[in-house]
Design a protein around this ligand. Structure first.
Ligand SMILES: [Zn+2]
Length: 267
């Protein structure tokens, strides 16, 4: 089994709010992978004294522990448990009912000799190359589905529209302080022998496809395997630096935290 990973903050002087970790437990052929993208809060009060990077590390660590230590518990239940455990860590000091309480997107994968299970919540990305060569991108596209309606609004109302849909009925969902959100994740399972490679990435690296259209998802997965995640993050950074104001490639911020982990499961 070969695992490659890289992560890079979007801005110097600001903590990297992405989180990535993997484990290779003693169970024969087993392992687990967790990638989170902490949602950067707008300037101002979030009701939390800890911050988004703290939250991502806490939630990600709890999730990796849960999915590795309780292999028979479904990933949705592991995520719900980890959200509760993380909320308990700052419930006494922070206002977890605050609309901008720290929150994160989630991708996690657990494999053993028989199967590969996965979970995706919000707009981080899971890519799976099957043994046939077919690549599937597992996406929770609720946020993308809101964008056409947002674009029909006057520009000064778009951010408020999207923010109003955050963790609201009919909107999109992130892992914050409410464990019930775990049931809304996109989940699935494949026989282990059908899976050649899996890769989890945050949208900062997903920009290679979604913002700069340097290729499609299968091409990105091939490039990640052949050249490694650090090289692909560097390509995104170069594309961002060539269009610093976002004139050719509109985006929320010039650079974003970017993370990729790729696991070769064949052989
Ligand atoms: Zn807090």
């Amino acid at each position: 089994m070969r695992i490659q990973s890289a992560t890079e903050p979007g801005a110097t002087g600001h903590p990297n709010e992405d989180f990535a970790a993997f484990a290779t437990p003693t169970e024969a052929g087993g392992g687990a992978l967790v990638v989170l993208d902490g949602v950067t809060a707008p300037a101002g009060d979030s009701g939390c004294e800890h911050g988004v990077a703290w939250f991502s590390a806490r939630l990600g660590g709890a999730l990796l522990t849960a999915i590795g230590a309780t292999p028979s518990v479904p990933l949705t239940e592991c995520l719900a448990h980890s959200i509760t455990r993380t909320a308990d860590a700052h419930r006494a000091s922070c206002d977890l009912s605050h609309r901008r309480t720290p929150q994160a997107t989630v991708v996690c994968v657990r494999w053993n000799a028989q199967s590969v299970e996965y979970l995706v919540l919000s707009d981080s990305i899971l890519l799976i190359r099957e043994s046939t060569g077919v690549v599937r991108a597992v996406l929770d596209d609720r946020l993308d589905q809101l964008r056409p309606a947002a674009r029909r609004l006057p520009p000064d109302q778009r951010v408020a529209f999207v923010e109003g849909a955050r963790n609201a009925p009919g909107g999109f969902f992130t892992a914050a302080a409410d464990p019930s959100v775990a049931t809304l994740a996109v989940t699935g399972s494949l026989p282990r022998e059908r899976v050649h490679t899996v890769a989890a990435l945050t949208d900062g690296l997903g920009r290679w496809v979604e913002t700069f259209t340097l290729g499609d998802w299968p091409e990105l997965l091939t490039a990640l395997a052949e050249r490694g995640p650090a090289a692909m993050i560097a390509e995104v950074r170069a594309a961002e630096s060539a269009d610093p104001e976002g004139e050719a490639h509109p985006r929320g911020k010039t650079h974003d935290d970017a993370t990729g982990v790729i696991v070769g499961l064949a052989g």
